[in-house]
Design a protein around this ligand. Structure first.
Ligand SMILES: NC(=O)C1=CN([C@@H]2O[C@H](COP(=O)(O)OP(=O)(O)OC[C@H]3O[C@@H](n4cnc5c(N)ncnc54)[C@H](OP(=O)(O)O)[C@@H]3O)[C@@H](O)[C@H]2O)[C@@H](O)CC1
Ligand SMILES: Nc1ncnc2c1ncn2[C@@H]1O[C@H](COP(=O)(O)OP(=O)(O)O)[C@@H](O)[C@H]1O
Ligand SMILES: [K+]
Length: 519
């Protein structure tokens, strides 16, 4: 799975923060290359050299105890990168061995030039791909995959397919350059494609759509974006409706707390949550709302939760709403509502929830059992107030809108539904997506698998509702909330490990994220 992500900048290429976040497709990336050559008056060979230098600089700075680099190069420019990387690593005194298809050397122009340079260095062993079957790799060797990049246009077959199958069985660290070979960059890769399974992917300048989806992202390992100075003007003028949520975007959204304010300035957050046995969900959502800056916080829950809620979140006000589950609601005026965590689906609760959603005019946050209640009848979906935020995990999404063949199609369905219902859909997962009524997609890159535990979603509902009540627009509340939730999870995982973190630790670490955000 993709893990915590960093962006590596060569000191000479500092990118304008506000254009970095666009997701471009392979054709746009190729056009960006061409545009860059003209704008910067450099040759494609020079751009390739720059890409290879950046990769080598990164490898040297991060990788310890490596005895040898075994570099597998294809016939296109991804292979060209590989040959150039081999030469540069060799010049830095690393032991380097290069593999390519010596029986079919119809390289691209740039790959050919770099192949010839490698060939002329007697200290670099040059082998045919087929020799990998008999190789005994030294322990601590690293395999660099430069077989195919974003130019892949069909399933890999024959000799190279066999090569990738063998490489996938070798127990050495594998780093893919630009994208794991065999993966299509812009969409679903059919299941019968053979793809190299990387531990790490060093991607030039751009995120690729394939990195974000479970069926394809699982091949990429840890993603590292290497900035190689592609034209900012080109990126700024490129058409895209898909974005990556990075710190620059967040710093644009975040509103630091002013001095002359009072609790009324920061909204009235009302969490409607909990039932007997699931009061924890109400506690987590309420605490997360408090920790994210809500001015006044209420929790409407059944009476059985009174003691635990007042003890664990004394800053929040309790609104008794039934005995063991929610049976009625008497909510404060002007409250911003977040509904769903741990509600259960008792008949009385269902009635109250539907009635509330139907009569609500202001945008609200709808999660968990409130979504399950809505999914019982497709006609209920039109009750959702305009500009509301729903936060389904994949199963809840399927209950609401039906099954999809794969995660790419699920996103397309979510885009149609967000537009049709005029709502924001937060599609939760390893890379949570926020989908707007304008069919934009925002991909989150914070968060980790330590958050795959019951209760993490309840915290997210609390955070987003809190932001909505603090006057962030629904779009910004969803984007900022999802990012902050993941970032707090990353801080917590660093302290306690992915295995041991609890959603409560995540909530505690919201403070670290805000400390980090201070101007
Ligand atoms: N982006 C950037 O900023 C920079 C990008 N750079 C690098 O360039 C890379 C893209 O290079 P690229 O276009 O030459 O593509 P790449 O994947 O190496 O080769 C494709 C070739 O293979 C072929 N082919 C395709 N599928 C096949 C299959 N299944 N089985 C067999 N053959 C297949 C296809 O030709 P075909 O056979 O279809 O005629 C084509 O010739 C990019 O990923 C990055 O590493 C840097 O150098 C500079 C900055
Ligand atoms: N592997 C993962 N990587 C990153 N985030 C994750 C991962 N697994 C779960 N999460 C996050 O944790 C939350 C889980 O939500 P959900 O499934 O609704 O849990 P619950 O309702 O049990 O609290 C979501 O925000 C999701 O994005
Ligand atoms: K590759």
């Amino acid at each position: 799975m993709c893990e915590i992500v960093e962006i590596y900048f060569l000191p000479k290429f500092v990118l304008n923060p506000f254009i970095f976040m666009k997701l471009l497709n392979a054709n746009q990336i190729k056009s960006a290359d061409k545009f860059t050559l003209e704008e910067q008056k450099i040759s494609s060979l020079q751009l390739m050299e720059r890409a290879a230098e950046t990769a080598v600089e990164y490898l040297i700075s991060k990788i310890r105890n490596t005895q040898k680099f075994c570099i597998f190069c294809g016939k296109g420019n991804n292979g060209g990168d590989g040959f150039a990387i081999a030469r540069l690593l060799y010049q830095k005194s690393y032991d380097v061995e290069v593999f390519t298809d010596l029986s079919n050397i119809n390289f691209s122009d740039e790959a050919k030039t770099n192949f010839q340079k490698v060939k002329s260095i007697s200290g670099i062993d040059l082998n045919d791909f087929s020799e990998v079957e008999n190789m005994r790799f030294k322990a601590n060797s690293i395999i660099l995959d430069c077989i195919f990049g974003i130019g892949l246009n069909r399933k890999i077959e024959g000799k190279i397919e066999r090569l990738i199958q063998v490489l996938n069985t070798i127990n050495l660290k594998k780093i893919s350059i630009d994208i794991p070979s065999g993966l299509l960059s812009d969409g679903f890769t059919p299941n019968d494609f053979t793809v190299l399974k990387a531990d790490e992917t060093l991607s030039f300048q751009f995120w690729k759509k394939a990195f974000f989806y479970p069926e394809t992202g699982r091949f990429c390992g840890k993603i590292q974006i290497l900035n190689i100075g592609i034209s900012e003007n080109f990126i700024a003028s490129s058409e895209s409706t898909e974005y990556i949520i990075d710190e620059h975007l967040i710093k644009n959204i975040y509103q630091p707390r002013e001095d002359f304010v009072n609790k009324g300035t920061f909204g009235k957050t009302v969490m409607i949550a909990g039932s007997y046995g699931k009061i924890g969900a109400a506690v987590l959502a309420t605490k997360a709302a408090l920790k994210s800056g809500s001015g006044l916080t209420f929790c409407a829950a059944p009476k059985c939760g009174y003691n635990v809620l007042q003890n664990s979140a004394p800053e929040a006000m309790f609104i008794e709403s039934g005995e063991n589950f929610i049976e009625f609601l008497d909510l404060p005026e002007d409250g911003v509502l977040g509904i769903g965590p741990g509600l259960g689906t008792e008949a009385d609760t269902e009635k109250v929830v539907l009635n509330l959603i139907k009569n609500q005019k202001m945008p609200m946050v709808i999660d968990a059992d409130a979504l399950n209640i809505l999914s019982k009848n497709k006609d209920f979906l039109k009750y959702i107030p305009t500009n509301s935020i729903i936060t389904p995990h994949p199963k809840e999404f399927e209950r609401l809108f039906g099954a999809s063949k794969n995660a790419f199609e699920r996103t397309e369905l979510a885009k149609r539904k967000a537009k049709e219902l005029n709502i924001f859909i937060v599609l939760k997962g390893h890379h949570t997506q926020i989908i707007s009524p304008e069919k934009e997609v925002f991909y989150n890159i914070t968060g980790n698998s330590g958050m795959a535990k019951g209760g993490s979603g309840d915290a997210l509902t609390g955070i987003i509702t809190s932001f909505l009540s603090q006057n962030y627009s629904p779009k910004n509340a969803a984007i900022f909330g999802v990012w902050l939730h993941g970032k707090a999870g990353d801080f917590a995982a660093e302290k306690y490990s992915k295995e041991s973190i609890l959603p409560s630790d995540l909530i505690e670490n919201i403070a670290e994220v805000f400390k980090d955000l201070q101007p």
